[in-house]
Design a protein around this ligand. Structure first.
Ligand code: GTP
Ligand code: MG
Length: 456
């Protein structure tokens, strides 16, 4: 535990905006006890819920409720923290906050409480990020992953890896420093085995972290196709309500319609778009322009075809053009819609790596097939249980660590270069440290904590 170093005291409303039974204001920093004395008339006993009236400078009562004092270092931030639990009305909470600011505190910046907790060694960076992920979780699965990360599961994995890298580094560096010991790098199986072992473990953590990122971010799915193919019907079917207007007039949808749904806890951000055709009138033209823009941003496209019209050939050209404009990792699934009209059963075929699903948006036949297909496309593995929440920043750091390990392995195998391996191990350790925040670029904290809400 580090000694808190902040010289200023921060305050913010910690509960969500709006009306509620109770509203909590959190204060942290060196002037906390002084503010408690001024507003409560006494300093509450540590960690005991005390009933108080909250008063302004003229001794007028603003509110009454519970005051809780957590003296440093046993608090969320590691500093003196006071919580005032008053009534949850925006006006009364604002007056209370204004009074606290008059007493010398300043308004906390977004994420500043968590940032102080990190700087004072109460949490590492991955845990601090997990707080935001827990609060923002859009499904139970995502929340469970975030709480695992908050409890340090992810950080422990990273620390275990770091420890192994450090041990190997020590061994390699000792061998370089004492050449008379004559360790032959290539024939010393200890180094080769340990290195291969670490690489395999980083790969495992990376796979788990990828699942965490999927659960946190989900994917952006765009429904595209010709007018009247049934795109809006499919959107409605997937989100379980009449979100989009459906008619038998081609060109019904113009604006992009966005819905968020979950499949087994994975967030899907779905966009329904205007039908693509060659000779649209002016409003539809704009709709098509927007549709194409949306397609460019997609992770996955469902391209719908009216199976009764057998336009596959023609659609294939459109798809070919679409693929050319897609972002690097985007994929297309072809959907033959309206199979009820041909009395066909739902099916899935894969020809030349292209998946085609036959279904009916109208009757719902084949929708389960689509959901399963999307789950595998996203790369989510339901059998892998030990997920923790993770972010792209963590994936980048893990990939960087892997690159250094592989590079070190090559140096060892091809050149028996112990010095170069040692340097790669050092860089790998730095990359792993970026995740927990033991090592970080100056602007990283700003980037991370500014995405939090005020009061966190
Ligand atoms: N029989 C049958 N009709 C369908 C099916 N899906 C959609 N339709 C009908 O096809 C027509 C067009 O459906 P929409 O969902 O509006 O099609 P769209 O692709 O959004 O059309 P635009 O917005 O004009 O591009 C409507 O009359 C729907 O009821 C299906 O699976 N089976
Ligand atoms: Mg439509």
């Amino acid at each position: 535990m580090k000694t808190p170093t902040s010289t200023d005291t921060i305050a913010a409303i910690a509960t969500a905006p709006g009306k509620g039974g109770i509203g909590i204001i959190r204060i942290s920093g060196p002037d906390t006890q002084q503010i408690a004395q001024a507003m409560l008339g006494s300093i509450p006993q540590p960690r005991i819920a005390e009933y108080h009236t909250f008063k302004d400078a003229d001794n007028e009562t603003i509110d009454e409720g519970i005051a809780l004092l957590f003296p440093q270092p046993n608090s969320f931030t590691g500093e003196d923290v006071l919580e005032l639990h008053g009534h949850g009305g925006p006006v009364v909470l604002d007056s209370l906050l204004a009074q606290i600011l008059k007493q010398g505190a300043r308004l906390a910046k977004p994420g500043e409480f968590s940032e102080r907790a990190f700087l004072n060694g109460k949490l590492d960076l991955a845990q601090a990020e997990a707080i935001a992920d827990l609060i923002d979780a859009s499904s139970q699965q995502a929340a469970r992953c975030a709480i695992r990360s908050l409890q340090g599961e992810f950080s422990r994995e990273i620390q275990k890896l770091t420890q192994q890298v450090i041990e190997l580094r020590c061994y390699v560096e000792a061998a370089i420093d004492f050449p008379e010991e004559e360790i032959d790098f290539l024939s010393d199986s200890h180094i080769t085995t340990d290195l291969a072992n670490i690489i395999s473990q980083v790969n495992n953590v990376l796979t788990s972290a990828q699942q965490g990122v999927i659960l946190r971010e989900g994917i952006h799915l765009v429904i595209a196709g010709k007018p009247n193919a049934g795109k809006s019907s499919l959107l409605n079917r997937l989100c379980g309500r009449d979100s989009a207007i459906v008619t038998n007039i081609p060109g019904t949808t113009r604006d992009i319609l966005r819905e968020n749904i979950h499949i087994d806890g994975i967030p899907l951000h779905i966009s329904d778009t205007a039908g693509l055709r060659d000779d649209p009138e002016i409003i539809e033209q704009e709709g098509i322009r927007r549709a194409l823009e949306e397609i460019k941003q997609a992770d996955h496209i469902l391209y719908l075809i009216d199976c009764e019209k057998a336009e596959l050939q023609e659609n294939e050209t459109i798809i070919h053009d679409l693929v050319a404009n897609l972002s690097e990792n985007a994929a297309i699934t072809l959907i033959r819609n309206k199979i009820d009209l041909l009395a066909e059963s739902p099916s899935k075929t894969i020809i030349n790596n292209q998946t085609t699903l036959s279904l009916s948006a109208k009757t719902g036949a084949g929708i389960d097939l689509l959901r399963e297909h999307l789950k595998t496309q996203i790369g989510y593995n339901t059998h892998c249980t030990s997920h923790f929440s993770a972010r792209r920043r963590h994936l980048n750091a893990l990939n960087k660590a892997l690159r250094h390990l592989s590079h070190g392995q090559t140096q060892l195998q091809q050149h028996q270069a112990g010095e170069l391996l040692a340097e790669d191990l050092r860089l790998c350790q730095l990359a792993l440290n970026e995740i927990t925040g033991e090592f970080h670029a100056d602007d990283l904290l700003g980037q991370i904590f500014s995405q939090f809400c005020i009061g966190k």
